[in-house]
Design a protein around this ligand. Sequence first.
Ligand SMILES: Cc1ncc(COP(=O)(O)O)c(C=O)c1O
Length: 459
Amino acid sequence: MAKKIPTRLYLDEEEIPKSWYNLRSDMVSKPDPILHPGTLKSATAADLEAVFCKECVKQELDETNRLIPIPEGLQEFYRAYRPAPLIRAYFLEKALGTPAEIYYKHEGTNTSGSHKLNSAAAQAFYAKAEGLTSLTTETGAGQWGSAMAMACAYYGLDLTVYMVKVSSEQKPYRKALIETYGANLIPSPSNTTESGRKILEQNPNTGGSLGCAISEAIETSVKTDKCRYVLGSVLNHVLLHQSIIGQEARAALEKYGVTPDIIIGCAGGGSNLGGLIAPFMGDKIKGKSKTRFIAVEPASCPSFTRGRYAYDFGDTAKTTPLLRMYTLGSGFMPSANHAGGLRYHGMNPILSKLYKDGYLEARSAVQTDVFDAAVKFAKIEGILPAPESSHAIKAAIDEALECKRTGEKKVILFGLTGTGYFDMSAYMSYNAKTMSDSIPTDADLEKGFASIPEIPQNK
Ligand SMILES: Cc1ncc(COP(=O)(O)O)c(C=O)c1O
């Protein structure tokens, strides 16, 4: 007889995965290689090691090893906040009157507030092991900066965080949290770097973007001794670290004989979505399942649904290696009225390839609809979700209501990537009904596309 499914599908501590799962090893058609921006040849480990930690570079370029061991010193850190709960949304199912089963993997229970800590801890661990003394990074909504600050405090590394200016103004407490963990926080664009000064000359009133903040963080890291740059999304090694989310979710569901029909994740640069779906997507690629995968992005920054599949830079100053991905162009600036994260112009190359090849679906949502879903979820399930995560909640509710219409009893799993405690100014504007939606026009998008490099590979 099938086991009764509890509200919390716990795993024991010893069931936390000891290796990450490298989805690329099982992909028949691999993502295109990363290119050196000068030579336009495949980037080598030596090229990337000028900017990133060695071990992360090795993982970035690894297309063959299926399982990558998680070092013991990192497993120890993971045990402080994992396994993350997998929750059956009984209350939500009842409130919607749906025959669907809804589950969510709650990554917001650690103090930094989101899934970002899974990769932050890994990157800080490797930096320390390689003898580095400091790191630089960028943060948009602040979740990644908080996670990195927490990880650097634990492993004893200095950290400089370039925070997108508009977010640092909207979220003073996020800033305070990052500083409490000992990081040096600089609103971006700033006049502490050449790239920041250039952006400010061109556009003195800009609220900043992740692309600008990345340029500043990279510039500072290459000019500082024993320092490297760390990125919280988009790159393949970040998705690899996040595969722990999907591995735990699958292990917990398997205990109860549950197989998801639909898996949903919000998509900024793709790290939580890539991590959540990784083992399930591996099954689909091998023909063992028919699970549907849905990426949900903001209508104000629609990389998958309106972007181009092209080689592009990761930053505004065009200094990074080139990634083949769905992109709005590194010059794209999302509207300042967009409250949550998910403001990045590009999308991880693995997910981009899976979307191009038809394994992954994508849709967009406007922020007022996303906040409708967030508030509904908060009232019914009791958890205050991050605006980013609420994109996934919206799609999960829509799919559950579709099941109600058709009478199908599907199993829906979504990623609840973080909590919204530091997003109260966005909730306040939603409550006051002053929140508005902004959808870029085709002409707005063309301006961003004009910044995509005109190289032979893009012809
Ligand atoms: C809570 C939360 N969820 C999701 C995301 C989106 O990032 P990614 O697509 O890398 O998971 C962010 C990014 O800032 C975030 O803070």
